[in-house]
Design a binder for this molecule. Structure first.
Ligand SMILES: *Cc1c(COP(=O)(O)O)cnc(C)c1O
Length: 352
């Protein structure tokens, strides 16, 4: 038997979550569509284990197609188990909900993805959760913000639009010393470029819509956890009634098979374009942790094994928003639209 721990990440991406012999030799786990699942007798129906989320019980808990995607992502990232959700935002909502109760205190990075902030401000706060935003450069000083009622720290590195890196291992050490869980939105790095669980993350959240699916045709969220928090998160997902179409899981898993070649190529292409932009007289700086002069470069180099193709460009103040708009409109091969992580190129002004 192959020692699964020693497999490289490209090998894992190609093999994880597959069992061709179970499906008449078919290479890819087929699409299993199901609501009702029939049991051989009443006794086995009555004896089903509510905490066993990896066997077929009812369509809402997933089918072999869902399980194949979940297993593959969990294995690639080095987590204990994963659960698929209908969008990246739903994955964030479900993961946070596992730690939200009236009177709880949750620490959220100030450079977090805007809809995460919106959910915290508009939903969690009104339910009595105390939300506090912390400076992404905080590192181990996060410990000073932790109170007896703190249940979770939510990181995102690099931050959405502003690209600040965070010292996740230092944050995790301080949080764990006080028994607090560390959640991280790791969409940018993907399970391919960041082994979250080796850096202290307890719960890793992905917008699978981006690089995992990779082709701009699926909405998908995936939460990967360590063993400690698995049931707390998985039961929350079940309580909210979230489930994902097996067709979408099939597409996301098909995308995952080629994540290595896509990430390496997109990194290479992004570096070329970002270097060109950095040399332009209109550009103040490029926000991209893979670049040596980026303030987050040292942390990126220590913790991540690559950079995805999403970066920011800050124009010089004398360059007006109108000129930026004209520049974006004039691009012929870059589309204008939300999301990222597909194979096509996009550009958007983020302010003005
Ligand atoms: C896009 C994105 C999400 C949300 O993903 P959706 O599938 O669009 O809901 C979450 N986090 C980050 C960092 C993102 O860029």
């Amino acid at each position: 038997m192959t020692d699964k721990k020693k497999l490289g990440r490209d090998t894992i991406a190609a093999h994880a979550g597959r069992d061709p012999q179970r499906f008449d030799g078919v290479v890819n786990t087929p699409v299993f569509r199901a609501s009702t699942v029939l049991f051989p007798d009443l006794e086995s129906y009555q004896r089903r284990d509510p905490d066993d989320y990896k066997v077929m019980r009812y369509g809402i808990y997933g089918t072999p197609t869902t399980f194949a995607l979940e297993e593959a992502v969990a294995q690639l990232e080095g987590g204990y188990a994963a659960v698929a959700l209908p969008s990246g935002l739903a994955a964030i909502v479900a993961a946070l909900a596992a730690f939200a109760r009236s009177g709880a205190h949750i620490l959220i990075s100030d450079s977090v993805y805007q809809p995460t902030r919106n959910f915290c401000d508009k939903r969690l706060r009104t339910l009595g959760v105390d939300i506090e935003y912390y400076d992404p450069s905080i590192g181990s000083a996060i410990g000073d913000l932790i109170r007896p009622e703190t249940t979770a720290v939510f990181c995102e590195a690099p931050g959405s639009l502003t690209f600040e890196m965070q010292d996740i291992p230092a944050i995790a050490a301080a949080a764990h010393a006080k028994g607090v869980a560390v959640l991280a939105d790791t969409t940018w790095a993907t399970p391919y470029f960041f082994r979250s669980f080796e850096h202290g993350v307890d719960i890793s959240i992905h917008a699978g819509t981006k690089y995992i699916a990779g082709h701009s045709d699926v909405m998908m969220g995936i939460v990967v956890t360590n063993e400690k928090y698995w049931l707390a998160v998985r039961r929350t997902v079940a309580d909210y009634g979230y489930c994902v179409s097996p067709d979408d899981c099939y597409l996301a898993l098909r995308g995952l098979r080629t994540i290595g070649v896509r990430m390496r190529q997109q990194q290479q292409s992004a570096i070329k374009i970002a270097r060109w932009l950095q040399a332009r007289p209109e550009v103040m700086r490029v926000l991209y942790p893979a670049f040596e002069r980026d303030p987050g470069h040292a942390i990126w180099k220590r913790d991540f094994s690559g950079a995805c193709s999403l970066f920011g460009v800050e124009m010089k103040p004398e360059y007006s928003p109108e000129s930026t708009h004209a520049f974006v409109e004039a691009l012929e091969l870059f589309g204008i639209g939300a999301s990222w992580g597909g194979y096509e190129s996009l550009a958007l002004p983020t302010t003005g």
